[in-house]
Design a protein around this ligand. Sequence first.
Ligand SMILES: Nc1ncnc2c1ncn2[C@@H]1O[C@H](COP(=O)(O)OP(=O)(O)OP(=O)(O)O)[C@@H](O)[C@H]1O
Ligand SMILES: [Mg+2]
Length: 446
Amino acid sequence: MSHNEKPITSLDKRLDDNSEDAWVSVIQKMDEAYADLVHYQVEIEEKNVELEENKLFFDSIESSMSDVLIVCDHNGCIQRINRALETLTGRSAESLVGINFTDLIDQRYLQKVDSFLTQVRVQSIRDCELELIGVEGAVPLSMNCSPRKNHRGRLVGMVLIGRPLGELQKAYIELNNTHAELKLAQERLVQSEKMASLGRLVAGVAHELNNPISFVYGNMHALQRYTERLSVYFDAINEGESRESLKLMRQQLRLDKVIRDLNSLVDGTMEGADRVKEIVNDLRQFSSTQESEKTLFDLTHVIRTALHWIIKESKQDVDVVAVIPDGLKAFGHSGQIHQVVVNLIQNAVDAMIDSKVKRLSLNASHIGDKIEFHVSDTGPGVSEENLSRLFDPFFTTKPVGQGTGLGLSISYGIVSEHEGKLEIRNQSSGGVCASLVLLAENPENV
Ligand SMILES: Nc1ncnc2c1ncn2[C@@H]1O[C@H](COP(=O)(O)OP(=O)(O)OP(=O)(O)O)[C@@H](O)[C@H]1O
Ligand SMILES: [Mg+2]
């Protein structure tokens, strides 16, 4: 024992025992703390992995967004952006973070975006159209802007999401232009169909009028000649010619025949004038705008007139077999039905242009409360693939300028509006049979 070493007393021993206990408990505590630390470390590592995964998840979403994303602080300074914005501006995220988002906006829209920070305090901004300065020039965007708040609900910035309008707008403008062009083309075609119908009508009317007018002319010429002869005779009477010479004159001027003819000449002229009046009346009826109310009309007359005009106009030598009973009445607008009948007959005649046998058969009959009218031809018929397209507007197999392809489509509309039926089918014997069914009476009276 050295001189400064003290002898161990019982008190010392007790103290020693206590400090040993204390050490043990300290070591135990340290062990516990260490175990806790290890536990926390494991937990933190797990959380880190989770965080990392979440970060990757959000990064992948962000980078696959086609819309541009800009996150700003409350001064408008960019804090974060996505890949779409990098691509669009041609700038890296590092060069963009820290600048003010307004630096990316085209000058013309600065006034609009300047108020974003104030507006967004009150409510989100939706579909605000502006242009971003892109690597290849201005890029139109539809921008949505929402407030970004911290956990205490205080505004700390805003989130801007912009959808490029370029493609959409281009497609929209193209669509609009195409639509406008189509509308114009449609108007032109409808107009040309109207002109074609008008042309047919005028040609038909001209033919119709020619006949009675030349009749009236002929009669008037005869009357003119007769008047001259009669005045010669009356002058002779006035001059006191003898009975004998007057008798001779009467024979020479064939006045007895003149007097006999006078009545029939006047009657014929009247008849011609009546025919002209009738044609003009028909014409009035055919302009469908003059008709507002559907009525019972003379379908026989409509069919016969249509046939008459088309055959007169046609340059083909068509053999017509028509079984159309007198006085068939149908319910509707005679002018519109005339248009349908003309188109069916015209189509049949047109179809036979290259046929050896050109036979046009028309058949009309009253069956129950309906009138059926069939037009058959000896043309080539309609191919299987075209059958379903016949009523499509603008479907035509005729050369440009000869058919608008609107005839059957317009007819179908008219017939449907008349609660009727219009069908086109190939006949087993060849050629086409077009069938029109109309109401024979006003349905309200049935
Ligand atoms: N009787 C028929 N025989 C053969 N094909 C027909 C007959 N009727 C119609 N078609 C076919 O249907 C098409 C459409 O007929 P639609 O009457 O609608 O128009 P289009 O006659 O061609 O023209 P538009 O009537 O304006 O003069 C015709 O081009 C033709 O190909
Ligand atoms: Mg036609």
